[in-house]
Design a protein around this ligand. Structure first.
Ligand code: N01
Length: 511
């Protein structure tokens, strides 16, 4: 093809040896210069562009509907936002950041980090900001993409990096339209709304609400936290890195690497591997730590009773906080456990009949976690849409490939390790895996690659069975559970994920 002939000069110009490690030379039947479309310029999309460039692919367009990169970290600007995965694990392995100021970074540092990586690693020229992909149609080896601004572009490969915790979930509460104050979802924080000295109500007690509580309570006149379900809180020591420590990280990179390795294995052993084994001793230790945290910090037995969950720790995504219990016990803070019956003009009324008068309501009510690339309309082989393929819920082989959607690969796709590992680590391993498939296309060894239906079904069956041993099914409701009550997550330890991602099993693919 013309593209195949174009590629030879492209390779020599770049002085890149394609495929050297992935495919034996004797099987190299020719190089194709691939055009790759990446959807989303958050943490995973930035990574995809960097890794594709490293693989010698330069014809890349990364579509981002917003006007800045950063994904979650661009969108979530609520007071107190931070990451509960240690900063030096929540960063790219190839771009360590000696300048993180804390063990667990505030959101703006992560956003600045992502922006800097995008600049330093040559991502910027590939970005098409403010242009949302509205449809992607596959036809005989080519993905035709169309954007909201009416641009059309064709690609050989599409990488969907559109995020997981992305679409705000609005609560179904009567009277939401009646409130006369300001109201917004936590991921749509309105920076123009004054907060200081006002009466603020937050609905929800997930990681987001807990962070907001700690950050707002001292700023507002009255703080009301509307709790439907109490949360276990893991204490956190968010220590500052001193100037000396940061200088050491900068000047002696191996020290930073050692810290990262240590944190990585500690995180895997102490948390990620524990939650997938409901019987593990480590999980009991997590619960003991959380209970001790509650009992040490909350002395009023009545408040303690209202804050104590009746399900196992880490059944819901574990909340990590250094200041929540202190904050909720401040004189101007109130934990409201009566159920919300409706929102009215002046505030929130609970089923006890009491009206909580408020100036601002924050909906920290979580996300629609089953959307993935949607609402983008994606059409694969034989006109089959993603909406049809996912009629019973989103599935993918190893979270990466969907049968009948060739040459489309996902980062942080359905049923992957969301919440239990660092999503950056997950995306890096997935991207290395995807690149091995992309290299086959590059080398002309395959023209269409997509998982077989059989491989996906078998993987799903094993995943669902394994999920029965996790803590997520021990009697709580959470965003991990899909419509059937099955955890939409990776139910095995981290090392198994690493092993499976090391090399694609081509028997699982049409290729
Ligand atoms: O959302 P959530 P989140 N009436 O879904 C409540 C990551 N994250 O944004 O438990 C009343 O956890 C709901 O109540 P219930 C992290 O992975 C990480 O807080 O369903 N309440 C729940 O309390 C996290 O897990 C970080 O009974 C209603 C809350 O809203 C994920 O994002 C920071 C309601 C939703 O909690 C999502 O966290 C932030 C209603 N109608 C987020 N509807 C860190 O790194 C919902 N709720 C620290």
């Amino acid at each position: 093809s013309t593209r195949a002939s174009r590629s030879a000069s492209c390779w020599s110009a770049l002085n890149v040896r394609p495929m050297a490690d992935a495919v034996p030379d004797s099987r190299l039947v020719g190089d194709r210069s691939l055009r790759v479309g990446v959807i989303g310029a958050g943490m995973a999309g930035i990574l995809a562009v960097i890794k594709l460039r490293e693989a010698g692919i330069t014809d890349i367009v990364c579509f981002e509907k917003a006007d800045r990169v950063g994904g979650t970290w661009r969108e979530n600007t609520y007071p107190g936002i931070g990451c509960d995965v240690p900063s030096h694990v929540y960063s790219y392995s190839f771009a360590p950041n000696p300048d993180f100021t804390r063990m667990f970074s505030p959101g703006h540092e992560i956003q600045a980090y992502l922006e800097r990586v995008a600049v330093d690693h040559g991502v910027v020229p590939h970005l098409r900001l403010g242009d949302e992909v509205v449809s992607a149609i596959y036809d005989r080896g080519v993905w035709h993409l169309e954007t909201a601004r009416g641009h059309r572009a064709d690609f050989d490969v599409v990488i969907a990096a559109s995020g997981v915790l992305h679409h705000p979930r609005m609560p179904e509460i009567d009277g939401v339209d009646e409130f006369e104050g300001a109201m917004f979802h936590s991921a749509r924080w309105d920076q123009d709304v004054p907060i200081d000295g006002r009466r603020v109500g937050v609905i929800g007690t997930g990681s987001t609400a807990v962070q907001i509580t700690g950050a707002l309570v001292d700023r507002v006149e009255h703080f009301s936290l509307f709790q439907r379900t109490p949360q276990w809180i893991m204490p956190m020591d968010n220590k500052l890195f001193s100037d000396d420590q940061r200088a050491t990280f900068r000047n002696e990179p191996h020290r930073l690497r050692e810290l990262r390795d240590f944190l990585e294995s500690a995180f895997a052993e102490n948390f990620a591997d524990a939650v997938v084994d409901a019987k593990s001793e480590r999980l009991e230790q997590i619960e003991d730590t959380c209970r001790a945290n509650l009992y040490q910090h909350v002395t009023d037995p009545e408040l303690r009773r209202r804050l104590e969950p009746d399900y196992r720790a880490a059944c819901k995504r574990l909340v990590v906080s250094a200041d929540f219990y202190d904050a909720i016990q401040k004189p101007n803070a109130e934990l409201v456990t009566a159920a919300i019956s409706r929102i009215e003009r002046r505030g929130i009324r609970t089923d006890t009949g009491r009206l909580h008068e408020l100036d601002v309501i924050v909906l920290a009510t979580g996300f629609e976690v089953d959307r993935f690339m949607r609402p983008t309309v994606i059409t694969g082989l034989d006109g089959r849409t993603l909406e049809e393929a996912w009629a019973d819920g989103p599935t993918a082989y190893l979270s990466v490939s969907i049968p009948e959607f060739p040459n489309l690969f996902m980062l942080n796709g359905p049923n992957g390790p969301v919440g239990n590992f660092s999503l950056i680590q997950v995306a890096e391993l997935q991207m290395d895996y995807i690149l091995q498939l992309v290299r086959r296309l590059q080398a002309g060894l395959s023209t269409e690659i997509h998982a077989t239906e059989a491989a996906m079904r078998e993987h799903e069956a094993r995943r669902i069975e394994a999920a029965q041993a996790t803590v997520w099914v021990t009697g709580c409701n959470s965003w991990y559970l899909d419509a059937r009550g099955v955890p939409a997550a990776w139910p095995w330890p981290f090392r198994r994920f690493r092993e499976v991602m090391a090399e694609p099993d081509l028997d699982a693919y049409h290729h």
